[in-house]
Structure formats: structure tokens, C-alpha cells
Design a protein around this ligand. Structure first.
Ligand SMILES: [Zn+2]
Length: 238
């Protein structure tokens, strides 16, 4: 089971959860989308080199706090980890600086350029206008052989899938991807090779059992895998 998008460093006791996941045969793309999280992922990546794969970027939620220094630092991280994806990055209408030409877009474009220059997949967070993100990618010259978009926690519609597929996009499916009727209705049109599944687990992932007791690292690992299995099952039943 491969979790295509999760934030292990934001979970309690990440080393122990990582160890339990490894035992259960789980793998994952480790998302680090703030400078502190890049650093927190380094020891996890070296402890579990065959289990977790890096993805370094800057999330639109902190776009206003980012300057050229952080972007330089991000580029260094990406160069040190030649297998790392870029992201998660993108646009989110709930956070400041969302309008066209504002700070979120500038930050997204910088990271999309890193993906093209370094030939890496680009992990995209999109809450708002998918068409705007697609137009940006198209105008920058996506795709190339290794730089293609991954739409994480996918929530787009038929047109987004069509235009995304022409950019060799991957659509990463989360339990929330089934919420919007217009998304749910067209998920089955995505070719299996362009589909992945994810938990997007972070500090908001439930760490208590239904009876109110604290989940152990082993129970957290099991519930992550159960969530992936549930998504897979839902996709099969479409
Ligand atoms: Zn995320």
C-alpha cells in the first residue's frame, strides 16, 4: 500500500509510526511543505530509505511568510535529494494572496519552474480554480519527461481531468475526493495508471480510538492503511 501524500513528521511519534508502517508493508510519499518540516523529514528519510520518498515544497498557507531565502533553501534541499518531488505547493482561496498575480501565484510559479528545471513531479494543492492552475502549467511548458503535475486530494471535474491527462497528470484520491458529486461522477474516467491514493494525514489525523483512549503508533499505522484500503474500495465500486 502506497500512501501518495502524507505528513509523517506532523503525526505523534513519527519514528514509531514509521516503523509500524514499514512492518505492515506500507510505503509513502513524505510531504514536507514548510521549512521546519523539511528538516524534520531528513532523519525519517534516512531511517526508512526504502519505505518513504521525499517531497519538498512550500504550501500556499504560508506564502506571505516566504522570501527568496526560503526558496533558495528549498532548491538546496531538492538538489540534495535528487529523487524528491517538488511540493506540496499551489493555490488556496482560503489563504491570503490568492488573487491572480499575488503572492501565492508567484510562489507556485517558482516551484513549478524548479520542477521543470530539475525534472521532478510537482505535487499540487488546489483549493479554488483548477483551470487557473492548469493554465499556469500549460504556459510554463509542462509536461517534460519527468516534470508532470500530481493533483493531490483531487477535487476537479471532467475538464480538469482531460486537460490534466494531456500534461501526464497523476490524480491522487483522498476520502474527500468522493464528496463533490461532479468529482465523484468522473473519477472512473481516470486511467488506472494515472490514479494514486492518499490519506493526507497530518496533525489533524485522529489519534484517539473511538473509546477515547490514545492510539498507539501501531494503531495509527493500522488506521492509515485502513483509510487507504477504504479509498481503494470506493474507487473499485464506482
Ligand atoms: Zn498535504
Amino acid at each position: 500500500m502506497l500512501d501518495f501524500h502524507f505528513h509523517l513528521a506532523r503525526l505523534p511519534e513519527p519514528f514509531l509510526v514509521g516503523k509500524e508502517l514499514q512492518k505492515l508493508g506500507g510505503k509513502g510519499v513524505l510531504i514536507a511543505c514548510e521549512p521546519w518540516e523539511w528538516k524534520a523529514c531528513i532523519p525519517l528519510l534516512s531511517a526508512f530509505p526504502q519505505t518513504f520518498f521525499p517531497c519538498f515544497g512550500i504550501h500556499p498557507m504560508i506564502a506571505e511568510q516566504v522570501f527568496s531565502q526560503e526558496l533558495e533553501e528549498l532548491r538546496d534541499f531538492l538538489q540534495k535529494f535528487p529523487e524528491a518531488f517538488v511540493g506540496e505547493c499551489g493555490l488556496d482561496k482560503r489563504f491570503p494572496g490568492y488573487a491572480p498575480g499575488e503572492v501565492q501565484e508567484r510562489l507556485f510559479v517558482s516551484q513549478a519552474r524548479f520542477a521543470l528545471e530539475l525534472h521532478r513531479p510537482l505535487m499540487i494543492h488546489m483549493v479554488g480554480d483548477y483551470r487557473r492552475a492548469l493554465s499556469i502549467l500549460e504556459s510554463l511548458g509542462f509536461p517534460d519527461s519527468s516534470a508532470f503535475p500530481i493533483f493531490h486530494r483531487f477535487g476537479g471535474d471532467k475538464e480538469v481531468i482531460k486537460r490534466g491527462l494531456s500534461l501526464n497528470a497523476i490524480f491522487s484520491i483522498h476520502p474527500d475526493s468522493f464528496r463533490k458529486a461532479s468529482t465523484k461522477a468522473i473519477l472512473k474516467e481516470i486511467p488506472p495508471e494515472n490514479l494514486r491514493i492518499e490519506t493526507d494525514a497530518d496533525e489533524s489525523f485522529p489519534i484517539q480510538n473511538p473509546d477515547g483512549t490514545q492510539r498507539t503508533p501501531s494503531e495509527i499505522a493500522q488506521s492509515l492503511l485502513q483509510q487507504l484500503q477504504a479509498v481503494e474500495k470506493k474507487l473499485q465500486s464506482l
